[in-house]
Design a protein around this ligand. Structure first.
Ligand code: PLP
Length: 431
């Protein structure tokens, strides 16, 4: 029989550095060799439903053939990166001293890269920005974890608007803080400002705003952002503290029908933008993005340093050097995103015709479909029998819906339609 001693180690916070406050519960097997963080073991052992479905799809394709699987589970871009990306990479590799090209950069990123990002922000959004506000990251995920660890302390709360990207919960809980879910309205999945107000209290450290949104495709209007900004300004003054907006923007360029995505630092000064090139340049596996701390934020320079410190504590060292050099030259460039809008139009009109209820997405590449059965899990299971992989909304903090990622080839989308129709017929909703 073994005895276990539970160690609680909390990396405390100081005023100047509020991040990296991780609570580790270590289990030490006395006289043994194994030391393990039980929470991390749990996290690593349990695949997300999205990954589970993705693996299920691969197994099904092997069994029944590729043609019988319609995998709408993963937000993996189907449109290739622009050809310039390949050309720039080739040129970088052939013309730069490899020791420099593949060497470490400064922890916050190479200066010329950060200058190029800052220039783009100034030119596109008319917002004050320079290299000292930009921290290059390993995609939006690392931008989010660095920002959260920088400004959130254990026992504080972070507001997320449900439905939300499932990793938020993992990232927030890793700081020792709690997730406070505030549901969006279910007509167009825009935020409810009175509900956000009701959720704010003296423990609120930040709110994550993700627009264009995963999983709903909602793009928040200027009016939405202004109202949230006004609310936060008022509550910050009343509570005598800063509440940050963490603007998670990997889908910034993926908007339809002429909609505009308001640049939140222009509306609320205590904003930290987390950006990624994963979707705009179709480079999700390459892992490159950045954090932009608004220079107008209270003690902006300290916040920026806290982001750097959090990145250091999390072991990021620096963002991939080659990819930094690439994005330095790709500012404002995107893949041909028009195929996503066409995919949206095809699926939206077919699914509506078959009797499904879907709110028209305004951006990103997801449909959030209302479950015709009493729960989304049974709907997702029924769809699986037709080879259609849809993620139940429970994972996104909202039951009764499934997410359909339409960043798929046109061929898969077209071939899936008769199966959606057959499924609708089985479920008794076919019009
Ligand atoms: N935030 C949202 C809303 C996402 O959908 C994703 C990825 O799908 C991320 C963050 C993570 O992006 P990245 O691949 O750049 O880490």
């Amino acid at each position: 029989m073994y005895n276990y001693i539970y160690y609680l180690r909390a990396c405390g916070r100081t005023r100047s550095f509020r991040g990296a406050a991780l609570t580790h519960i270590l289990i030490l097997k006395i006289g043994g060799i194994r030391v393990i963080n039980e929470k991390m073991r749990e996290l690593g052992s349990k695949r997300s439903t999205i990954r589970e479905l993705f693996e299920f799809g691969k197994a099904l394709a092997e069994k029944r053939g590729e043609d019988s699987v319609f995998d709408f589970s993963l937000g993996n871009p189907s449109i290739p990166a622009p050809k310039e990306v390949g050309e720039i990479l080739t040129e970088l590799i052939s013309s730069t001293d490899p020791a420099v090209l593949h060497g470490y950069t400064s922890a916050e990123g190479a200066l010329s890269v950060r200058e190029s990002v800052a220039r783009h922000i100034r030119e596109c959004f008319g917002c004050e920005a320079d290299a000292t506000n930009v921290y290059m990251t390993v995609g939006a995920a690392a931008a989010l974890t660095s920002s959260l660890h920088a400004v959130v302390c254990p026992d504080e709360e972070v507001i997320v608007l449900s439905p939300y990207f499932p990793e938020y919960k993992v990232f927030i809980e890793a700081t020792g803080a709690k997730v406070k879910e505030v549901p969006c309205n279910t007509t167009d999945f825009h935020p409810s400002v009175p509900d956000i107000e009701a959720a704010i209290n003296e423990k609120t450290a930040a709110i994550i705003i993700n627009s264009p949104n995963n999983p709903t495709g909602a793009v928040y209007t200027e009016d939405d952002i202004k109202k949230i900004a006004e609310l936060l300004e008022r509550r910050c003054a009343e509570l005598r503290k800063v509440i940050y907006i963490i603007a998670d923007e990997p889908y910034r360029e993926l908007v339809f029908d002429g909609r505009k995505v308001p640049f939140i630092p222009n509306y609320y000064r205590n904003t930290i933008v987390c950006y990624s090139y994963s979707k705009s340049l179709s480079l999700p596996g390459e892992r490159i993005g950045y954090v932009f701390v608004s220079p107008k934020a209270t003690e902006s320079y300290s916040v920026f340093k806290a982001v750097c410190g959090a990145g250091r504590a999390l072991g990021y060292v620096c963002a991939p050097a080659l990819l930094q050099r690439l994005v330095e030259r790709c500012q404002g460039m995107t893949s041909d995103l028009s195929a996503y809008r066409e995919n949206r139009d095809i699926l939206l009109s077919a699914l509506t015709e078959y009797g499904y209820t879907v709110s028209p997405p305004e951006g990103a590449f997801y449909l959030f479909v209302k479950s015709p059965t009493k729960d989304a899990l049974s709907f997702s299971e029924a769809a699986k029998r037709y080879g259609i992989l849809l993620v139940p909304g429970e994972d996104f903090g909202m039951s009764g819906y499934v997410r359909l990622a339409y960043c798929q080839s046109r061929d898969v989308i077209m071939r899936s339609l008769p199966y959606f129709k057959a499924l609708a017929s089985e479920l008794g909703i076919l019009k």
